[in-house]
Design a protein around this ligand. Structure first.
Ligand code: NOJ
Length: 555
């Protein structure tokens, strides 16, 4: 068997819509205050009802939870707060029964310092393979100048280990030592882990922090050639073993040219987040100007046919501003941090709804861009109902609070006493769980939830969004972002008003002159396309216009 991309029987991830969930935050089935796998299973019907096609499940491994599970203490055990292996098997079965794929988190750059590999390393003789599962140094000057990611908490990428009397390398928290991928035994151990979970039936892995696997003096220790070589080996391995069915999603927060490197020639990761696009969507709306959005899309290279960007508005981390200039970053902080606590590391720890001032129109606008731009959209749990956040909680906890199901106690998330919850529910008057919750929104036809369902349905009805080309139209009005998405016979014109001002505009659409136009969301026919197509659009308004040939025209 070869590792050729042709091996992939389906490119499901290209047409997917991914829903990101945190088990801890979704539903508590045993009333201990923590969400659990059984709780998630009980809510699969809800997830299915959204119309999404895949679930990205955040880490559920055994872990001291000092980084919410991104600090793995055992790759083969489930955190007992969440359930056990049998629960995971059932989750996979039940998700598949509903046509939902499961993408699970795979943190391979580092482990927890509680992991037996690390505990073994500190006891093992210097120079042994066991010691060298991690990266050690006698001094903390090696790889000098490599940036620190968790700027608010860490002062160095090295931490002294008194027992070993050496420093160990870590790109994230000091309790997360980096694995040493120079050691072939590490690579082997990671393949075994991947084997185990893939054999259970999961459909994909999100490869956390993948650019940092290898280190080399005199470099940034990011995106190094050996990291790409490793990914090619890993891809070949999973392709061969699992018949091309496993999807690899890279977390590589880079500018598009670098991050496209993680697709290789279609022989590394299938998917990769488009990190730089995300802050520019927020910047576009804040500045009422499309320039930066257009620019980053122009800078986005073509990617291999079998690959796909993953696009997103928010996730479980701070809204990262690493990929904008220092001036833009400061501008974004000034604009969006409504209190100083909202600023975190190089980002902003707020949810979409807060960033959009609780405005449905602005949330619709952001989601319209998300659902119609090239890539596979990823929705962060709770954003489909416009859930709020709590900046006064520790670290990134403010965007990881319990899912709000109903106006009942604990937002219907748990029957534990409120003080027992892993985090308090959102009680800020603007986003209070008694108003912002699934039950209330199910009963209101104009709710955010119903709008999201409709948008997802539209997204699924047109392959041009997942697969088509994008033709940017650049009308005079800078507050207007307009583009055509085209795939085979399908043509959809997307128009977004990034400002609150109603605007009249003209779009250059000569190649579709005489074609029919129908606005998809409302189902209304618009006037036929003219060489220069005039439209009026309300503040923060959007149009999705299907363009079709008239039967009697030969165009
Ligand atoms: C990226 C994850 O998204 C983040 O939550 C985590 O803290 C770091 N990687 C370290 O694993």
């Amino acid at each position: 068997m070869t590792s050729s991309p042709a091996l992939q029987p389906s490119l499901w991830y290209k047409d997917a819509i991914i829903y990101q969930v945190h088990i801890k935050s979704f539903c508590d089935s045993n009333d201990d205050g923590y969400g659990d796998i059984k709780g998630l299973i009980s809510k699969l019907d809800y997830i299915q009802s959204l119309g999404v096609t895949a679930i990205w499940v955040m880490p559920f491994f055994d872990s001291p939870l000092q980084d919410d599970g991104y600090d793995i203490a055992d790759y083969y055990k489930v955190n007992p707060n969440y359930g056990d292996i049998e629960d995971v098997r059932e989750l996979v079965r039940e998700a598949h029964a509903r046509g939902l794929k499961i993408i699970m988190e795979m943190v391979i750059n580092h482990t927890s310092d509680q992991h037996p590999w690390f505990q073994r390393a500190i006891k093992a003789p210097a120079g042994s393979s066991e010691r060298n599962f991690y990266v050690w140094s006698d001094d903390n000057k090696k790889y000098d100048g490599v940036r620190i990611i968790f700027l608010d908490t860490e002062e160095s990428n090295w931490t002294w280990h008194p027992e070993v009397e050496q420093y160990y390398w870590h790109r994230f928290f000091h309790h997360q030592p980096d694995l040493n991928f120079e050691n072939p035994a590490v690579e082997k151990a990671i393949y075994e882990v991947i084997d185990y979970w893939a054999s259970m039936g999961v459909d994909g892995f999100r490869l956390d922090a993948i650019p940092y696997l290898f280190e080399e003096e005199g470099t940034t220790c990011e995106n190094l050639a050996p990291t790409h070589a490793f990914l090619k080996r890993l891809r070949k391995y999973v392709d061969e073993k699992f018949h091309g069915e496993i999807c690899l999603l890279a977390e590589a927060n880079m500018m598009p040219a670098d991050s496209a490197g993680y697709f290789g020639d279609g022989d590394e990761c299938h998917m990769n987040y488009h990190f730089p696009l995300m802050p520019r969507l927020y910047m576009g709306v804040a500045k009422e100007d499309r320039t930066e959005i257009v620019e980053v899309l122009k800078r986005t290279p073509e990617i291999p046919e079998n690959c796909q960007w993953a696009t997103f508005l928010r996730n479980h981390d701070e809204l990262t501003l690493e990929m904008v200039t220092p001036e833009e970053r400061q501008w974004m902080w000034n604009h969006y941090c409504y209190v100083p606590e909202a600023k975190q590391n190089m980002g902003i720890r707020l949810r979409l709804a807060r960033l959009m001032d609780g405005s449905y129109r602005k949330m619709h606008l952001m989601n319209t861009m998300l659902f119609t731009m090239p890539g596979t959209p990823v929705i962060y749990y709770g954003d489909e109902i416009g859930m709020g956040d709590n900046v006064y909680l520790n670290d990134r906890d403010g965007v990881r609070t319990p899912m709000q199901w109903s106006p009942e106690n604990n937002a219907g998330f748990s029957h534990a006493t409120p003080q027992q919850l892993y985090l308090p529910v959102i009680s800020d008057p603007e986003f209070h769980y008694e108003t912002v919750n699934v039950q209330v929104q199910e009963n209101r036809s104009r709710s955010m939830l119903h709008w999201m369902r409709r948008m997802i349905e539209i997204r699924k009805s047109y392959q041009c969004f997942g697969r088509g080309e994008m033709i940017m139209l650049e009308p005079e009005e800078k507050n207007i972002l307009a583009y055509v998405r085209r795939y085979e016979d399908e043509v959809v014109l997307v128009v977004c008003n990034l400002s609150g001002r109603a605007t009249s505009l003209c779009l250059p659409l000569e190649s579709y002159e005489g074609y029919k136009a129908r606005e998809i969301l409302g189902g209304e026919n618009f006037h036929d396309i003219e060489e220069s197509y005039r439209l009026t659009i309300t503040g923060w308004g959007t149009y999705l216009i299907e363009i079709t040939k008239r039967a009697n025209l030969n165009k």
